[in-house]
Design a protein around this ligand. Structure first.
Ligand code: HSE
Length: 434
């Protein structure tokens, strides 16, 4: 049996998971790959107590792995877009195939990396970059390749979903849950990437390119995180029959593509609304298949390793195939990628949840509803809560029907200018996902 030699760079959460799962499932993995997959070199600045590397060559300099002439496939699991990029480019230049879980690198530099790989006749695989253990890259690139994809919407950050779930179910504070997510290895090295939506934006860009056949355009994504979600919004949304989820949404229109990441109210009857904890879920709507839902662990050591190893197996199988016949990186052959217009948020139409603090005076509500109706915005539900003890303001929650974001911006501006409305209006977009 032929041996394919693997070098792993990075022995953190995902690196150690990859090492351990290959060791544990070696027989099944070899049988699926049709060859012997051997980790022969690991590069890591520090040992990982969860991983026994005593039998393997271990280098403190990760570039020693790339420069090892015996290695066929480099598995990059160090993260970031600086050293990781140099490492991958060097591996490609040396004719090595690459597997990476690095969504930031693919979203921001994917085109450059894929071009270099093409020039050197090697492959770069990145299943683990989106939605942890869920094989969503393969689902889009291969399983759904008969379809025109019309839209997709997903919970694509495990840390954020874990935080929102714990806040809702256990009334825990944002900071407390984030600390636990870091300890569990879910969060990024810089957790603001998780809570401010950057990580989800990286993943959405990759999914949208695969869905619609367009170049990766990270700088065009509209991005809002979950850090401003207050516990009362989670409660009020529940009362209205909704769940707040942090969604990445990509939708194709005749005049352009919506590409947006933000907290979203979803009707609780939707299956995706029930996806809790660190799990991710992606709804994909294709013209032939209709709606399909992919769900599973979105982060963590072995779930992400599962996706990394699936790429290793694919590459090992492919080592005997003609490079020209391989599946294209973004599902479409490069010269058929289209430069679709990405729509500005002002052109996006959606429903809204608004929460405002109004002075407890006669006529306040009628002024708010008048502003909405003057702009042609119809109201789906309206709740006025009791003022809290010793407080003069009352929370008012409004659910609207669909309206252009531009109109909603105008309405919010006018509502905030009312002297009977205190502070800013909280706005969370609502998607029925029908
Ligand atoms: N920080 C990421 C998340 C890890 O929480 O989803 C998986 O990409």
């Amino acid at each position: 049996m032929k041996t394919v030699k693997i070098g792993i760079c990075g022995l953190g959460t995902v690196g150690s998971g990859t090492f351990n799962v290959i060791a544990r499932n070696q027989a099944e993995i070899n049988a699926r790959a049709g060859c012997h997959i051997a980790i022969t070199h690991v590069g890591a600045r520090r040992d990982n107590p969860n991983t026994d590397t005593s039998e393997i060559m271990l280098s403190r300099d990760i570039f020693a792995v790339v420069n090892d002439p015996d290695i066929d496939i480099i598995v990059e699991l160090i993260g970031g877009t600086t050293v990781a990029k140099d490492l991958i480019m060097q591996a490609i230049a040396q004719g090595k195939h690459v597997v990476t879980a690095n969504k930031a690198l693919i979203a921001e530099f994917g085109s450059e990396i894929f071009a270099a790989a093409k020039a050197h006749g090697v492959a770069v695989a990145y299943e683990a970059a989106v939605a942890g253990g869920i094989p969503i890259i393969r689902a889009l690139r291969e399983g759904l390749s008969a379809n025109k994809i019309e839209w997709l919407a997903g919970i694509i950050n495990g840390t954020g979903n874990f935080i929102l779930t714990e806040m809702r179910d256990k009334s825990r504070t944002f900071e407390d849950v984030l600390t636990e997510a870091q300890a569990l290895g879910y969060a990024e090295a810089d957790p603001t990437f998780d809570v401010e939506g950057v990580d989800a934006a990286h993943k959405l860009v990759i999914l949208a390119s695969l869905a619609f056949g367009m170049p990766l355009q990270f700088d065009k994504v509209y991005c809002e995180g979950i850090s401003a979600i207050a516990p009362e919004d989670v409660r009020y949304a529940n009362e209205l029959g909704y769940r707040i989820k942090h969604l990445g949404i990509a939708r194709k229109h005749a005049h352009g593509i919506e590409l947006r990441v933000h907290p979203t109210l979803i009707p609780e009857r939707q299956l995706i609304a029930k996806v809790d904890g660190v799990d991710n879920a992606i709804l994909v709507h294709g013209d032939a298949v209709g709606s399909t839902l992919y769900c599973g662990p979105g982060a963590g050591s072995e779930p992400t390793a599962s996706a990394v190893i699936s790429d290793v197996i694919d590459l090992a199988r492919m080592l005997s195939a003609n490079p020209e016949n391989r599946v294209p990186y973004l599902g479409f052959v490069t010269n058929r990628l289209e430069n679709h217009t990405i729509l500005p948020m002002s052109d996006v139409e959606t429903s809204y949840y608004l929460r405002l603090s109004a002075a407890d005076k006669l006529g306040v509500l009628s002024k708010v509803t008048q502003i909405l109706s003057d702009l042609g915005i119809s109201i789906e539900a309206l709740i006025q809560k009791e003022p809290k003890e010793d407080q003069v303001e009352v929370p008012v929650i409004v659910l609207t029907n669909k309206v252009l974001e531009q109109k909603m911006n105008e309405a919010m501006h006018k509502i905030e200018a009312l002297d009977t409305v205190l502070g800013s209006v909280v706005r969370i977009r609502v998607e029925a996902l029908n």
